[in-house]
Write a new protein. Structure first.
Lengths: 243, 436
């Protein structure tokens, strides 16, 4: 589903060069639930932005669902992002002046889907996260947990093959976090690949496989035999966090 | 997607009412000022005979004496009666007419209607078909009426209503300066703007109420008015400065030439005519003939007043200031929404989608600005109509200017939206999503 080989990312200014990713290798198979952990500044977010086609990479190879994304135009990357990727953010990122129905509608609009199909998908998605009765509510009228559920519904409405989650429970209390995590596990059970960036070791432990990023390099610490491992050599600071 | 973007624009307006109101007001003020001055300019500089003006020409001959001549001097604006009648007789155009203005008293025998004066015009028969004069009843007079100096008249609709109660008056008798004339035509509503056929009376006034054959008007010595320039003594002729051979220019002459080739031939004819007159000793100055088409003649006469041109430039300058102001406001508005743009980008919006969404929002501001600007333009034109200018009453929005108001408003706002929309589409989603 997601295959990165020797991916590098360098931010350059006139004064300094920052290597956010150094030869990152990672293969995520279809249907996996992978947690990506690492200390602050290790390159987790850069990895997620590149994986989500929100940012370009400097070197290496990256293919998504078998399609090489290197050199794709903005239109093509946007189309790919819209059709294959769903995002869940730490701060939910719902659009405040759209109600839940319209928020979930956003990715479907960019897909050019007919109105009747969009309505059906929106209702299904909000139903799946238990927010059928809140369709006309605005984000500010909901709790943090409900907002994150709405964000998950938005991410799922387009039936993405890959769900990218950035600290999805970071802004939630433990009870809400648990409920959101259970929801993500359900989604994964139904076949959606999930890559989740998190600081939380407890959360990471719920994933099938853990990848640790330190200083821009990844180490695969999965316990699942037969799954692809990070191909890079072990790096200093990598920790075994077998689930 | 346009409908979706339009819907998003309306939501955005509701969210930022004050900022939106400022932008709409900015566009509206620029549009209001521009459309007011542009409408006045449009009315004054318009083509009075669309589709025909290019076939109508105004010849000029230099009949004045050598005394006082300086090389480069323009020939006289009007023709002598002798030249006008000779050109008319020689009929070298597809149609031709000589014409001059005057005034006449009107009365109706056998009624209690008190005599009154109206403006009158003395022309030859081609005046009506050349200038596409619309008739309510009857028609213009034939060429034979000119030759036979018949007492026939064509009257305007307003005069027909005043004297004959609006009935078909063709065949009825009307007293003009005490002489009995037969009404042979009633002109329907007709107001060429400017009144191109005579630049020496009210340029933006209404056409005359009574039309009489020129030859008849000379027979009856009907009073004429307008500009007249004489350079010598008219001698003993009882007609004085209006006599056939009087050294005076006072006749406007128009010729219809349907093709450019005919216009070129006519120019040659005028040059030959001028040379002939010089040989005969009538013309003293070097040959200098001119042949302006209708629009060229209006330009030559600076039919649009200088202050109207100045006002137009000032208003367009003001529109540019409003445009720059709107650019700033739109920029602030769009960039304040960077986080939302980041989310939309993450959810599949391309840069192009963001660009068009912003442009539709800018265009919607323009639409609203156009509606308000239309109101302001109407207010501005109302103020113009209360000015003591000859063209004041003509300052009204017609359908063309009405449509232009919206086209201009939307075009201006789209132009204002280009830079902000371009900046908005450059928003880096990764940074915006992280900074939330």
């Amino acid at each position: 589903m997601l295959n990165m080989r020797q991916v590098t990312k360098v931010y350059r200014t006139s004064l300094v060069e920052t290597h956010a990713l150094r030869s990152l290798d990672l293969l995520v198979e279809e249907g996996e639930f992978v947690a990506v952990t690492g200390p602050s500044g290790s390159g987790k977010t850069t990895f997620l932005n590149i994986a989500g086609l929100l940012e370009d990479f400097t070197g290496g190879e990256f293919s998504l669902d078998g399609e090489n994304v290197k050199g794709l135009s903005d239109d093509a990357r946007s189309r790919l992002r819209n059709q294959k990727i769903g995002f869940i953010f730490q701060s939910f990122n719902l659009i405040p002046d759209l109600n839940l129905f319209d928020n979930v509608d956003v990715p479907l609009r960019y897909r050019g889907m007919p109105a009747a199909e969009r309505k059906l998908r929106i209702e299904d998605s909000l139903g799946m996260v238990g927010l059928s009765s809140r369709m006309k509510h605005f984000p500010a009228e909901l709790s943090g947990g409900q907002q994150q559920r709405a964000a998950i519904a938005r991410a799922l409405a387009g039936s993405p093959r890959l769900l990218l989650a950035d600290e999805p429970t970071g802004n939630l209390d433990s009870q809400m976090a648990r409920s959101v995590l259970e929801l993500m596990e359900d989604i994964n059970q139904q076949g959606t690949t999930i890559v989740m960036v998190t600081h939380d070791p407890e959360l990471a432990a719920r994933a099938q496989r853990n990848v640790h990023i330190v200083d821009g390099m990844a180490t695969d610490l999965s316990v699942e035999p037969g799954l692809m491992r990070a191909a890079s050599a072990p790096v200093d600071g990598a920790h075994d966090t077998r689930a | 997607m346009i409908a979706y973007y339009f819907n998003l624009a309306l939501r955005s307006f509701r969210r930022n009412k004050a900022l939106t109101a400022l932008m709409v007001l900015s566009i509206a003020l620029g549009i209001g000022a521009s459309m007011t001055t542009m409408t006045v300019f449009y009315v004054l500089s318009g083509d009075p005979l669309p589709g025909r003006s290019h076939t109508l020409f105004y010849p000029q001959l230099d009949a004045e004496p050598l005394r006082g001549f300086a090389p480069g001097d323009e020939p006289a604006d009007q023709l002598t009666r002798y030249d006008a009648e000779t050109l008319l007789r020689e009929k070298r155009g597809d149609r031709q007419t000589l014409t001059t203005g005057g005034s006449a008293s009107i009365a109706l025998q056998g009624t209690t209607l008190a005599p009154f004066r109206v403006e009158s015009r003395y022309s030859s028969s081609d005046f009506f078909p050349m200038f596409d004069v619309p008739f309510l009843y009857g028609s213009g007079w034939p060429a034979s009426s000119d030759e036979n100096r018949e007492r026939v008249t064509v009257i305007a609709k307003a005069l027909n209503e005043r004297v004959f109660g609006g009935e078909n008056s063709v065949g009825r008798s009307l007293q003009i300066e005490g002489a009995s004339f037969e009404v042979i035509g009633v002109i329907d509503d007709w107001r060429p703007t400017p009144k191109f056929y005579d630049m020496y009376s009210s340029r933006f006034g209404k056409p005359e109420q009574v039309f009489v054959p020129f030859s008849t008007s000379r027979d009856l010595r009907l009073a004429r008015s307008g500009n007249m320039n004489c350079w010598g003594d008219s001698g003993e002729d009882p007609e004085g400065s209006e006599a056939l051979n009087a050294p005076c220019v006072w006749i406007q002459y128009w010729v219809q030439l349907d093709t450019p080739a005919k216009a070129a031939d006519y120019r040659q004819y005028l040059a030959q005519y001028s040379a002939r007159q010089r040989s005969a000793g009538r013309f003293e100055r070097p040959d200098d003939v001119r042949l302006h088409d209708l629009m060229g003649w209006l330009d030559e006469n600076n039919v649009v007043p200088g202050d109207v041109r100045l006002q137009l430039w000032l208003a367009l300058g003001f529109l540019v200031v409003c445009l720059v102001n709107t650019v700033g406001l739109l920029l602030a508005k769009f960039l304040r929404r960077s986080s939302e743009i980041g989310v939309r980008r993450a959810l599949g919006a391309s840069r192009r989608d963001v660009f068009f969404q912003c442009l539709v929002e800018a265009g919607t501001v323009g639409l609203a600005g156009g509606v308000l600007g239309l109101g302001l333009a109407q207010l501005g034109l109302w103020a113009v109509r209360h000015q003591p200018a000859s063209y004041a009453e003509l300052a009204r929005l017609d359908p063309v200017m009405l449509a232009s108001t919206f086209v201009l408003a939307i075009a201006v706002s789209l132009l204002a939206g280009l830079l902000p929309a371009w900046r908005a589409m450059q928003v880096t989603p990764a940074i915006q999503l992280k900074s939330q």
